[in-house]
Design a protein around this ligand. Structure first.
Ligand SMILES: C[S@@+](CC[C@H](N)C(=O)[O-])C[C@H]1O[C@@H](n2cnc3c(N)ncnc32)[C@H](O)[C@@H]1O
Length: 224
């Protein structure tokens, strides 16, 4: 990721909200500025792994994004990746993240779409099935162990393509870019065309309420 600082500041202040145990954006290349990353997570064990194994945070805070104290207009970038679907009160968290961003600052948001077939199945499936999916389909041997996830999902209404766009319209947030993908299909290997066909059948049966064209979404949002 390349982040250009418009103000000529020497430090780019990044808040990673729900940082978990790893940074997932690849190498951050910042021209002429030094990134300063504050990581916040409600799970102390995930954060401990992040500190011990990655050692890439300048500040680490164990806290709930709904209540943790955040400085006003303090960050240039907020990165929130695969977190809001786990929060009851996701819109309240978005309000707080935007309040913590400086005017003109950027929120990089990644969510699964609750209105995708994938999101729908996640909502109705028992949590044990999430663990089995991560372990056996995604090959995460540590799935279910403390600090490793998966984490229980809530899927508030805002955790969707329409939900985020409506939120932005109501709050004068500029949508710079939206991206979607269906990467989860590749984990099914030779079965992926069959899984895809199954998901599309469910989408058709939903009469347009659910989509099988993607499961995950990414947004680049700018605070006005
Ligand atoms: C699926 S993990 C994603 C971690 C990381 N952002 C990534 O992209 O790999 C979800 C993370 O959100 C954290 N989380 C969930 N609800 C939270 C809340 N209310 N406040 C802070 N962190 C929360 C979990 O502890 C977990 O580390």
């Amino acid at each position: 990721m390349r982040v250009r600082d418009e103000r000529g500041a020497t430090e780019l202040r990044i808040l990673e909200a729900g940082c978990g145990r790893q940074w997932t954006l690849g190498t951050v290349e910042v021209e002429g500025v030094t990134p300063h990353i504050t990581g916040i997570d409600a799970d102390g064990r995930s954060l401990r792994m992040r500190i011990d194994e990655r050692a890439d945070l300048h500040e680490a805070i164990v806290g709930d994004l709904r209540t943790v104290e955040l400085p006003e207009a303090a960050y240039d970038v907020v990165f929130c990746s695969w977190v809001l679907e786990h929060v009851s009160g996701a819109e309240q968290v978005l309000d707080r993240l935007f309040a913590a961003l400086r005017p003109g600052g950027t929120l990089l948001l990644r969510i699964p779409d609750r209105d995708s077939v994938y999101g729908f199945l996640t909502r109705i499936a028992p949590f044990g099935l999430h663990v089995a999916y991560k372990r056996h389909v995604r090959g995460r041997v540590n799935a279910g162990r403390p600090g490793f996830g998966p984490f229980p999902t809530v899927y508030d209404r805002v955790v969707s393509y329409r939900g985020v766009l409506d939120y932005c319209a109501r709050n004068e947030v500029e949508v710079l870019q939206t991206l979607s993908c269906n990467h989860h299909l590749r984990y099914f290997g030779r079965m992926s065309p069959i899984v895809d066909a199954g998901l599309r059948t469910v989408a058709a049966a939903s009469l347009g309420r659910l989509t099988a064209r993607h499961n995950n979404l990414a947004f680049v949002l700018r605070k006005s």
